[in-house]
Structure formats: C-alpha cells, structure tokens
Design a protein around this ligand. Structure first.
Ligand SMILES: *Cc1c(COP(=O)(O)O)cnc(C)c1O
Length: 393
C-alpha cells in the first residue's frame, strides 16, 4: 500500500504527542498503479485514450459539452483566457484573496489583473466591490471558489450579464461542489480545475478546463496543441495536421490522466470521507468555537461543498497565531491562507492594485486551516479536535 498520509517525524524533531498529522495528502494505492501500468504499455503522450476518457467523465459530471485536460490549473486559466480572446489592453477583475495563479494567468495572456475584495461569508469575489472596479477595458471577471464553497455566483453572473463580461471560474478547489445544484466550474464561460497533489482529486500536477461553447472549445483545443489542428486530426475530422494558429503546449500526459481515471473511480469515497471528517470537526468544535468567537466554515443549503478545506476564522490575528503554534507543538499541521495579492511584493507593483481590501486583510490575518484529507483516521480527527479545544491529549 502506498500511504503518503503521514509525515515521518524528523529524528531531530521535538517530541510531539503522537505522529505529525499532515494538512493534506493524496490517497493513492494499487488502483493508480495498475492504471499507470496500463498507460505505460500504450500511449504516454497527451490526448491519448486515458485523456479522452477522463475528459468525457468530467464533462458528464459537470454537464458541459467539452473538458480539456491541461498540465495545471494555472495553464487551464491561461488557456481559458486565450480561447475567450482576452489579451493586451484588457482588464480582468479577480479577488486579492487567492492563490497567485489566478492573477499570473491574467498577466501571462497580456491582460491586466484588477484586484477586488471578497465577501465575508463565502470568501469569494464580492460582486459589489468587483462592480466598483470595472472600467471600459474590463473584459472578464475571474471569481475563485475558496475551499470548495461557491463564490456569490448569483451576484457575479448578474453583474457579468449586465456589463457584458466573460466569466472564468477558478474552480481549482471546486471539483464536486455546487451552487444551487449547478456544479462549480460549469456556471460561467469557462471553469478551471486543479489536480495538484493538495487537491481532492489529484495526479500530482494537472488541471482541466471546462467549456460551454463549442467554438471556444475548438479554439482551446488548437491552442493546447501548439497551435495545430492535431486534435481534429486524431478524431479523423481532417486528413493532415498543420499549424493553424498561435499556441502552446498545455496537454497532460496520458500517464497522469491514467492516475486521474483511478482517482475518479474513488471520487465518491474521497468525498464521503471528507464529509465525515468535516461533520466530526463541526460537532467537536461547535461549543469551543461559540465560546471563543471563532467562525467555522459557512453552511448554506444552496451551496454543497466538497470539503476541500476546513478553516477556522479567529476573532484576532494574535488568537490565530497562538493556536497555530499550539497545534504545531502537538504535531498538527495547521496553516493559514493567503498573503492577499494586493499586499504581496509583486502585487503592490501592479497598476490594477488600487483602493482598500478590508475583508481580504481581516480574513487572511485570522484564518487557520486544519488537516483535511481522506487518510485521516477517526483517532487523528479526535486528536486535532483535542488540540484545538485545548483539552488533554
Ligand atoms: C491550487 C490552486 C491553483 C493552481 O493550481 P495548479 O494546478 O497548481 O496550477 C489556482 N487557484 C487556486 C485557487 C488554487 O487553489
């Protein structure tokens, strides 16, 4: 059995109570190994049989006509913007409270990221603040679904409709989650997913782009394949393949797609275990959180989460930092998220960084993530709860 769920204690580490508990861990076993063997015996380059199979499984899950596997979510975001024709001279509004990839992708296609604040409840792009930051050059909004909770998509989709903007969803953390029954990543013009080691479904490094418009999907296929019509050639739609546009290489190897195929077989079990752990955290932490004024992740009946992250929001930065130190001392890996992009060394230099971001700053200063992955055992979860509430370990 491959089990990467636990960090081996460093020989020089101070004695912690029990073994260290990792923040996240992929669940790999013989299923992935068998599938990789199969891929190695066949085609190992991209757009092969496993790639096609995983793409159609994802398209069915999401209810979209076309999904393209990519080398990462960062690349899926780039590919989405390129296929939608977004580039130099245009602006894209995204949240400051996000991973750097969101803004990097906008820069990589030659457009300008304009940072906006998040909404306090969902921790996603705030529609009102996004609207305040629109200009005649704004071409798209790029909301992020943090932790597997939907951004306020009703307000954002309404804004996009009123102002004629494209919507690209950073659903890197959103596979399996939904908003009013609609899968995240299938609500806008394009949805981008990550299969990085830390995500719910993983192949180490990988991504996917979900598209609703077939014309945009055709453009994306060509850009993904170095600007050639190779995808159409492989389907037998054209008799030779050639250079038809400017492109790059965003194709995922079939070896990695084989790992994804195995992970999708397990998807329901992965989600079920995460849901059990989240439910136990809620139950075990509810009283403590009320007493301490700590906020647990929101639960809204119209937003089904995939429990990608279980986060606590403390009443102060000092309280958060103290708890993080206490957890680390007990071998519980708890970390915060993110340095808001507007306050990062590079983000500060961007012309699109203007105004204030009070919610992003408050949340980034007070948020703490607890270990969350399917290899946590019941005793591990109890240990985390005891460490958080300060009861004897
Ligand atoms: C993980 C993540 C990404 C980047 O995904 P990669 O596949 O590593 O490129 C982008 N945005 C968000 C919100 C993420 O969590």
């Amino acid at each position: 059995m491959l089990r990467y769920g636990r960090l081996e204690p460093r020989p020089d580490a101070p004695p912690a109570t029990g073994r260290p508990l990792a923040l996240s861990a992929p669940w790999f076993d013989e299923t992935e190994l068998a599938r990789v063997r199969e891929a190695l015996a066949g085609r190992t380059s991209g757009d092969g049989p496993f790639c096609r199979r995983v793409e159609s499984r994802l398209a069915e899950m999401l209810g979209v006509p076309r999904v393209l596997l990519t080398t990462s979510c960062t690349h899926a975001l780039e590919l989405a913007l390129l296929a939608l024709g977004i580039g130099p001279g245009q602006e894209v509004v995204c949240p400051s409270f996000t991973f750097v990839s969101t803004a990097n992708a906008i820069l990589r296609v030659g457009a300008s990221p304009v940072l906006a604040d998040i909404d306090e409840t969902s921790l996603g792009l705030d529609p009102a603040d996004a609207e305040r930051r629109l200009s005649p050059r704004t071409a798209a909004i790029l909301p992020v679904h943090y932790a597997g909770f939907a951004a306020p998509m009703d307000g954002l989709l309404d804004l996009a409709l009123r102002r004629d903007l494209k919507v690209v969803e950073d659903a890197a953390q959103g596979l399996g989650a939904s908003f009013r029954g609609q899968p995240l990543g299938a609500l806008g013009d394009a949805g981008c997913f990550s299969f990085h080691e830390t995500k719910n479904v993983t192949c180490g490094e990988g991504g996917a782009l979900a598209l609703r418009d077939r014309k945009v999907a055709e453009r994306a296929e060509i850009i993904r394949e170095k600007g050639t019509n190779r995808a159409a050639f492989l389907r037998g739609e054209v008799d030779k393949y050639t250079w038809v546009a400017e492109g790059s290489s965003y194709v995922l190897s079939d070896v990695l797609a084989a790992i994804l195929d195995a992970q999708l077989d397990k998807h329901e079990r992965i989600e079920a275990r995460r849901a059990e752990i989240a439910a136990r955290y809620r139950q075990g932490l509810r009283r403590w959180a009320e007493t301490e004024g700590v906020r647990l992740p929101e639960q809204a009946p119209d937003r089904a989460t995939n429990n990608h992250i279980f986060h606590l929001i403390f009443p102060s930065e000092a309280a958060r930092d103290a708890k993080q130190r206490a957890l680390r001392a007990r071998g519980v890996m708890a970390t915060f998220h993110y340095v808001p992009l507007h306050s990062s060394p590079f983000g500060r230099t961007l012309p699109g960084t203007r105004g204030t971001f009070p919610v992003s700053e408050r949340v980034a200063g007070r948020l703490l993530r607890l270990p969350m992955h399917p290899l946590l055992e019941d005793a591990d979860v109890e240990r985390v709860i005891e460490a958080v509430t300060g009861r004897a370990a």
